[in-house]
Design a protein around this ligand. Structure first.
Ligand code: HEM
Length: 187
């Protein structure tokens, strides 16, 4: 906030940053919270593990964000010709980075990559926050939000039960939910 870069922002840049913070921080975390409800209901053995051992919460947060991957991809433009995994890439080519696919990579996450595993040893290796200089600036805040949600649920011994199919967002960028009917119970 007190850096030269911030002090010298013109109004449009300031507004752009503000909108990015509001938009970037909104449906990503909301859809991760829905993944807490939907995903833990889908994998009840994992939910039981978490309910019996709340010290697994920080790792579970990582695997829930990996499993959901609230933003399916970002796009980059190649600055120079190169070859990647045998593919010719020319300067100016546009490349889709499918975080959703990387986060289901069996060679990294194993045969159960499609599941939430609350004690998955390498859950932190996901790419849901992107990679490189533009990696999500709100990643720590997002992780904190999901952790606090799970901690408060654990304190109250609160369980969210899914009682109908989710209605999904029909988009290839935002990987999220419009609606998920649930009931709340105690365990
Ligand atoms: C689970 C929640 C979230 C996910 C999955 C997520 C995902 C991402 C991804 C994939 C990118 C692009 C990375 C890249 O291009 O390499 C990004 C950038 C960004 N995110 Fe998040 N995000 C989340 C939460 C948040 C929150 C809570 C905030 C702010 C309060 C936020 C603010 C931003 C901003 C400002 C950028 C742009 C960073 C830049 O271009 O340098 N995000 N996020």
């Amino acid at each position: 906030i007190h850096s030269d870069a911030m002090a010298e922002m013109d109004q449009m840049e300031f507004l752009g940053n503000l909108i990015l913070l509001i938009v970037g921080g909104n449906d990503t975390t909301r859809n991760s919270m829905t993944a807490v409800a939907y995903g833990l209901d889908l994998f009840p053995d994992e939910r039981t593990k978490l309910e019996n051992d709340p010290s697994l919460i920080p790792n579970a947060v990582q695997d829930i964000i990996r499993w959901q991957t609230p933003l399916a991809h970002m796009r980059r433009t190649a600055t120079q010709d190169t070859v990647l995994e045998g593919q010719q890439i020319k300067a100016g080519d546009k490349l889709a980075l499918w975080y959703l696919s990387a986060n289901r990579d069996e060679s990294v996450f194993g045969a159960d990559a499609d599941k939430i595993v609350v004690d998955r040893p390498n859950a932190r290796r996901h790419l849901a926050f992107g990679h490189g200089i533009h990696r999500c600036v709100g990643a720590r805040l997002a992780e904190l939000q999901i952790s606090v949600l799970l901690e408060e649920m654990a304190k109250r011994r609160m369980r969210v039960n899914v009682v109908g199919e989710p209605e999904r967002v029909a988009a290839c960028f935002v990987h999220g939910y419009r609606k998920l009917p649930v009931t709340i119970s105690k365990y």
